[in-house]
Write a protein that binds this ligand. Structure first.
Ligand SMILES: Cc1cc2nc3c(=O)[nH]c(=O)nc-3n(C[C@H](O)[C@H](O)[C@H](O)COP(=O)(O)OP(=O)(O)OC[C@H]3O[C@@H](n4cnc5c(N)ncnc54)[C@H](O)[C@@H]3O)c2cc1C
Length: 394
């Protein structure tokens, strides 16, 4: 088998890349280790930056998003028992849209299949070869058969635990990472949201986040231990902790409902540089991870593949140097988002080192970002997403 771009991973990065390449007249095949149902039901991100929404719309996959996405113009920061609104749109002219990552994935799979695109689900034993040559290949098993996919380029869109990044020879990549001494216990509940906007709560019992996925479903997170045992969390304990951390004295109440899903997400910052080695490009979580506090992971993946599709189109049009710019162009935004995500995480979580000085600094920072228009605008412009040309040469 042969294609122009072999893509490993049918998450948002791999699927959107395949879709954008198709629109540019470039062929690709996507290889995915999970079933279609699994990737379409995997609940993860839900906050789309304005630029992400605009790109999905401009590329013809924004119709359901425009209909069902919830456009938000602000977020709330809660600390010391009081609520403070960051007016995202008033401060930046831009907004965010709440639309589940699994819905983006469904829309992209439908668009690829309707256009005759090829996505092989349930592949196994993926290995890469020849990434330093002009004829790289992907070997894998599918439907009981060993196969080889010859390509011009390989896109490693297989997430943090995929095979593409580890297949690069030791010493070629520089990896930067930080893990945090806490995780998030997340639930999806069948309960109508009682707040129109997301609430980020700094609390002495630990951080909590109130968010939603639709007019009938809330998505809630609690800071917990990195090795948290879910079995120790009954429904009653989860709700009681959420009430304690999120509710304020002004009478706002959280609505409970049946818990549809629950899980623990570790918090990590990670970047591998460069994002291209020979004919292999890393994109999305395969190259970088952010803690979810800044809602940046999915949006970074979208930006990477936007740049990659553009670079590959230039290469096929004869401008061979365009692929050299891929990694530096992506990394400018990646590091900005790494900083923002680390900063939000550090400001909002409880650190169990028993250091009251640190907690006083957090409260001083929260007070400043909710009091100073300049500080609020800085948070807001990062949260809604910097323009796509951020970091590009003037
Ligand atoms: C709980 C949680 C909440 C989050 N909240 C937000 C948020 O609010 N906003 C935001 O922007 N981001 C958020 N994120 C991050 C976001 O979900 C990721 O950044 C995003 O999924 C990255 O997309 P990706 O396509 O790069 O990787 P993935 O979505 O991980 O996709 C990689 C794909 O590759 C497949 N794969 C892996 N190994 C192989 C292999 N060997 N062969 C073939 N296929 C393989 C996987 O099955 C998967 O389908 C959150 C993440 C989590 C876990």
């Amino acid at each position: 088998m042969r294609t122009q771009v072999g893509i490993v991973g049918a998450g948002p990065a791999g699927l959107l890349l395949s879709h954008l390449l198709h629109r540019l007249g470039i062929e690709s095949i996507v290889l995915e280790s999970q079933t279609r149902r699994h990737v379409e039901e995997r609940v993860r991100a839900g906050v789309l930056e304005q630029g992400t929404v605009d790109l999905l719309d401009a590329s013809g996959v924004g119709e359901r998003l425009a209909r069902e996405g919830l456009v938000h113009h602000g977020i709330e920061l809660r600390f010391e028992g009081a609520s403070h609104r960051i007016a995202l749109t008033d401060l930046t002219g831009r907004s965010i849209t709440v639309y589940g990552q699994q819905e983006v994935v469904k829309d992209l799979i439908r668009a690829r299949l309707d256009a005759g695109g090829e996505i092989a689900f349930e592949v196994s034993d993926v290995t890469l070869s020849g990434v330093d040559s002009a004829s790289p290949a992907i070997r894998y098993r599918h439907a009981g058969e060993a196969r080889v996919l010859d390509c011009d380029f390989i896109a490693g869109c297989d997430g943090f635990h995929g095979v593409c990044r580890p297949s690069i020879a030791p010493g070629v990549l520089t990896e930067y990472s930080r893990s945090y001494p806490f995780a998030w216990l997340g639930i999806l509940a069948s309960a109508a949201p009682t707040s129109p906007e997301l609430i980020y709560a700094h609390h002495e019992r630990g951080f909590a986040l109130y968010s939603m996925r639709s007019p009938k479903v809330t998505r809630l997170y609690l800071q917990c231990a990195p090795d948290e045992d879910l079995a120790r969390w009954s429904d009653e304990r989860i709700w009681s902790e959420l009430h304690a951390r999120l509710e304020t004295s002004d009478g706002w109440r959280l609505a409970e409902g049946p818990i549809l899903q629950r899980g623990v997400t570790p918090m990590r910052s990670f970047v591998a540089e460069p994002m291209r080695v020979g004919r292999l490009f890393l994109a999305g979580d395969a190259a970088h991870i952010v803690p979810p506090t800044g809602a940046k992971g999915l949006n970074l993946a979208v930006n990477d593949v936007r740049i990659l599709a553009d670079a590959l189109a230039s290469w096929y049009a004869g401008r061979k140097g365009a692929i050299d710019d891929y990694s530096p162009r992506c990394l400018k935004r990646v590091w900005r988002a790494e900083h923002f995500s680390w900063w939000m995480t550090s400001m909002l979580h409880r650190f169990d080192h028993g250091d009251p000085f640190h907690q006083k600094l957090q409260l001083a920072q929260l007070d400043y970002v909710t009091r100073s228009k300049a500080a609020a605008a800085s948070l807001a412009e990062n949260y809604v997403g910097l323009p796509f040309d951020y970091g590009e040469a003037p």
